[in-house]
Structures are given as C-alpha cells and as structure tokens.
Design a protein around this ligand. Structure first.
Ligand SMILES: Nc1ncnc2c1ncn2[C@@H]1O[C@H](COP(=O)(O)OP(=O)(O)O)[C@@H](O)[C@H]1O
Ligand SMILES: [Mg+2]
Length: 234
C-alpha cells in the first residue's frame, strides 16, 4: 500500500500547525518524520489518521480518504499509535485492550489475529491478564503497537515510540518494529530520537515549523552528524 499526501494543512481552530505538506510513502517503505518538540509531527500524524482536522489530499493506495473521519480512515487501512501510548486503557488488562483493537475486524478473523499478535509479542502473551497500567513502559509500547496492528492496517503511523524508554528497551522495541517489514506494512515513524529512527527507516523527512524542511535517504540517516545538523537548522 502506498500513501500519497498533497497540500495538507492541519491545525487547531485558527491555529495552523502543518502547512502545505506533500509527501509519498511507497509500498512497504519505512519513512521517518524527524524534528524537535513542537514542530508538528503529532499534528501531521493526527491529520493523516483523521483525528486532527485538515485540508488537502490523503490517498491510501488509490482510496481517497480526504474529508473522511478517523473511523473511516481506520477502515481504509490506517492505524495510529499515538504519542504516550494513549490508545491504551490502563484499568483494562492486556487482553481486553487487544480485544478493543480486534473489534474492527470481521468476527472470524479476531481469534487467529490475536494468536498471531501473542506469537509476535510473547511478553504480552505472558502478561495477558495483567492491567495495562501496571506494565513497564516498554511493555506498554509493545501493547500500544499490538492494539494498532490488531486491525490489520496497511499503513502504521507511529508517534514517538521511543519516548521515555531506556536504551536496552529501545533495542528490543526497534527489533519488534523492524520485524514488521515481513508483513508488507508501510510505516511513518515520527521521532525526535534520530538514532532510533536511523535503525528503522529507509528514508526521512525533517519537519520545521510545520513544513518539510529537508530529508534524505537511508545512508544520510545513518550519518548521525548529518541528521543532527539538519535538525539544528530546522
Ligand atoms: N490540541 C492542541 N491545541 C492547540 N495547539 C496544539 C494542540 N496540540 C498541539 N498544538 C500545538 O501545535 C504545535 C505542534 O505540536 P505537535 O504536533 O504536538 O508537535 P510535535 O509532535 O512535533 O512535538 C505546537 O505549537 C503545539 O503547541
Ligand atoms: Mg509529538
């Protein structure tokens, strides 16, 4: 599935945050959206997912999602893992959270998809009756990812999954996200942590004051100094 975005503008009431964003995500591609706090990464991801009001065109594999609400976009194949794992309900168990994600699937697909997710995230299987709020930060991020994957999206929007996690946990999380390549999924990864993004992305864009201010390919992204300079300039 490929994503095509043209002339996207998004904001809150009269405050315009993202301006004239035009970008593509190819089939199976992992695209990084990098930039410091406050440049509009979450607004951009929310606008794509339909949780933030926007204008412009959002087309997912030929299906025009412009003007559609978040639920319709989810049905079209988009899934957002929001910043701070806000798609989780802390008083519910791991399994109950997953079931909320699975609700969007036709009934016969739910049980096999749940089994698949528990195989993919064995730590969640072993914690299935535990309350989400009592999981470690890393485990919560895995669950947030699993809940989004439960609806079998074709494009995953990941908002700062590295936030607040220790280096050892990040290693594990990067491996789990990297393993999604096998599923043919495209990913847009918003990050301040460019080293984390560099482990995963094929290409990246730098966002500055809500506009695309630069970008590069995988090689440029591996060059931490190059990216740091681009981010400073942004
Ligand atoms: N719900 C909101 N209402 C008004 N302004 C917001 C809201 N959310 C974010 N903003 C503003 O939009 C700008 C971009 O925020 P955000 O998209 O969260 O950036 P980032 O994810 O890159 O840190 C910031 O100036 C922020 O204060
Ligand atoms: Mg953000």
């Amino acid at each position: 599935m490929s994503l095509h975005i043209e002339g996207l503008r998004a904001g809150y009431g009269r405050i315009e945050v993202c301006r004239d964003i035009t970008m593509e995500v190819a089939d199976g591609e992992f695209l990084g959206v990098l930039g410091p706090n406050g440049v509009g990464k979450s607004t951009l991801l929310g606008a794509i997912a339909g949780s933030v009001v926007s204008s412009g065109r959002v087309v997912l594999d030929g299906l025009d999602l412009s003007g559609r609400n978040a639920r319709q976009r989810a049905r079209g194949g988009l899934a957002l893992v929001p910043e701070g794992r806000r798609n989780l309900f802390s008083p519910l168990t791991v399994q109950e959270n997953l079931q909320l994600g699975l609700r969007l699937l036709p009934a016969p697909e739910r049980a096999p998809t749940q089994d698949e997710l528990f195989t993919m995230f064995p730590i969640l299987a072993s914690r299935r009756t535990q309350l989400a709020g009592l999981l470690s930060g890393g485990e919560q991020q895995m669950l947030a990812l699993a809940v989004a994957l439960a609806r079998r999206p074709s494009l995953l929007l990941l908002d700062e999954p590295s936030q607040g996690l220790a280096p050892l946990v990040l290693q594990n999380l990067a491996e789990q996200i990297g393993a999604l390549r096998g599923m043919g999924l495209a990913v847009v990864l918003a990050e301040q942590n460019h080293r984390f993004a560099a482990r995963l992305c094929d290409r990246y864009l730098v966002l500055s004051s809500g506009e695309i201010a630069g970008g590069g390919d995988r090689e440029a992204l591996q060059d931490a100094e190059h990216v740091a300079t681009a981010l400073m300039a942004a």
